[in-house]
Design a protein around this ligand. Sequence first.
Ligand code: FES
Length: 915
Amino acid sequence: MSAAPEMMVNGKPVPIKAAGSTRLSSVLRDELGLYGTKVGCDAGDCGACSVLVDGEIACSCLIAAGQVSGSDVRTVEGLQADGRLSALQESFLSHGAAQCGACTPGMLVAAHALLAKNQAPDRQEVQDALNGVLCRCTGYSKIIDAVLDASTAIDDRLELPSRVGDRINHVDGMPKVLGETVFGADHLPDDAVFVRVIRSPHHHAQFAIGDKQAFVDRHPGLLGVYDASDVAGQNHHGVIPEFADQPVFAEKTARFRGEAVAAIAGDRDWVLRFDPADFPITWTVLDPLLEPQEALLKQAAPVPAGRPDNVLVRGLVKRGDAETGLKQAVHKVSGRFSTPFVEHAYIEPEAGFARRVDDGIEIFGCTQTAYMNRDSIAAIMGLDVEAVRVVASACGGGFGAKLDISWQPYVAIAAWALKRPAAIVYSRGESMQSTTKRHSSRIDMTVGCDADGRLTGMRFDGVFNTGAYASWGPTVANRVPVHASGPYHVANYRADSVAVHTHLVPAGAFRGFGVPQAAVAQESLFDELAEKAGIDRLDFRLINALDDGLSTVTGQVFDEGVGIKPCLEALKPRWRQMLDEAAAYNGKAAARGLPLRRGVGIGTCWYGCGNTSLPNPSTMRIGVRPDGTVVLHQGAIDIGQGANTVMAQIAAEVLDLKAGAIELISADTALTPDCGKTSASRQTFVSGNATEKAARALRAQILRHANTGGEAGLSFEHGRIIASDAAAVSSVVLCDMPVNEFGYVFMAEETYDPPTGPLDECGQGSPYALFGYGAQLVQLTMDTALGTIELDRIIAAHDVGRAINPMLVEGQIEGGIAQGIGFALMEQYVAGRTENLHDYLIPTIGDVPPIESIIIEVPDAEGPFGAKGLGEHVLIPTAPAILSAIRHAAGARLYDLPATPDRVLAAIKKAQKDG
Ligand code: FES
């Protein structure tokens, strides 16, 4: 009998027990427990599963176990040197190159392979080497810098004070660079059954499920089949309770391609091999309504019952008289714009597991909102909320789509029925088919100004395709009219929006909640209007920019903290310089007869942080154990944006600690208070305030006990706290003190809810407690013969009020810009056509140019230490700035995204024809 084949894995011989055809990624993860190797697509498109095979980079999902017999395989777990972080790993940490961390193992492995051959690569060589690994969070800039600096990186940041304003490492960065962070698909229980959802292959169809029991009886690997009849509670869910309409399992009619109709649970191998075409179901295909304009027609059949004309919600903001303002205009421009559905494309597909604990259910996996999940699952399962516990795993990117329920009910139902843990891991195709998208839009807009360039009137009409179910459609429809003016003072304004149902995947939250679509129209028309008025594009914006004391389009007036002008002023010198350089470049190219043209563009944004006109509270708990450890119950889910680090820095600032010294308990409905959802750029602002309040209350308790003044300094030592001021030094011995029910000697729990007010029937009121602002410049070079575009550089100025951690701020800016580049130039989700990361293109490392971030700090008294939110804002100006640069380069006016080469070429030809 011949010996079993072997491979070397991270320097140790390992027998290959799996069938020769098993993916190497599965062997590494499922047999060897090396979960650092992530699986993002199982198709070689994302590179998350990259490993080294005999020193060469390879996607382990594309390699069969039988191919690596005798090979030397190295994974992220094998990158440490002598049990210490490698210089490359240190460099990733100190540059903040790992945000969510889902791509980090693949990036590290690819970079390691490069550095093994070339210890001093240049930027282009780094880009070439890492080009096969996708990142959706970072914009790649910090990853490139980390690799370039790997040989010189010395991590001394833990020695920094690590308070507010310090550029410290992510407090949760270490496990990310080690490949130890636990995402939804990692460390699933050994005894878990596997669940797979059966989905509609049609946009719109009636269906009938056959005999479920007979199906189970025929297949020994199958333990359960579930459909709508197995839902004990309500068979629908939704992120806004009054609009909750999405079935857990469709009943008789499927309303979008990818909609869940049933689920199977059983032996893992059997379930994963099962062909859904063999599921006992018959389909009657119906005509779908795919375009909002069709769906709005009176005779169109309703997509969901009970919503006349397929209208989910209409939004309106009206101030002054837009028509009169436009009549008074000396210059006026109009345009119709369209943007497509956009996929979130986070690298971690949805995954997690559930287990039944007596008469309760526990759910562990990826999410952006533990408490909302808990409440939805309780309603679906027919349980009290106390019977449901949701524990958030690390979240490998979310960007809005992981706010909605997706995988959770299916594992809950199976685990409840089978009394065994039940796990699920979405495939990439399933994730793309079934989870929410950015709304596609069609926008008509007219803007007018006087002879001096002052805006006189603005009219906006936006139709948003919200898909088959509500999700965040009402939020988009209400947020857009508030923001469609951009950060400008417009006395005469009317913005209407409507979210319309179609037979497409539900559109929901995606970085910006509809504002990026509106900004494309508003910013493009501002450029055209400036041109008509003969005013420089940046100056035109400065003339009209909001300022302290000026009213927004909802009538809200801020006495302080309006930061758009400082952003524009900061960019002005570079703007002039870039325009001059572009003119010189274009002169030379024309003289040489080259079809190349350089363009410089500008885009701006504002964004209200938090929910629109709704309560929005966060609660934080902080305590001190008898041993002196400070523990923060940090329920604001960190999806890579850095909430863990930001909250730790805020608490550290108040308590005179280092951020790394604070122990964090992450989102778990049994252990952390409700911090609300991670969305709408609210965590730094809202949860940051809750953290500051809680830390201040804790500090006050300690100082009272120590009988020292309010300005006393604190020093947390083992078993005691030293409080000292000019008058005295006091020692609080903790081990002699009683502890509370949570095991704390001192504890504080505080809530912050931003002061907002409702909007009236004209959309007037105070929807947000504060806004963030930004402006970006883009320089690109265009081949006017081909319509191709190369982005040369982007400069971004964003007002964050106060940068709690400048490195994290830059990371958000760079990552948002990368997503904005995708929105502008390449991304378009088409159900049935672009349901994978091969056909659906997102920016690679080669698509993102160098980005310069300018952090503007115009403090807002409402924010913690003056800080404002940032995450959503940063994507908004990028696409408008790219379109602006395209217009500048060749006069080409793009009204439809993405600006693919064929569209750019057509616009160039039209511009040439129009003269
Ligand atoms: Fe790269 Fe999140 S850090 S995908």
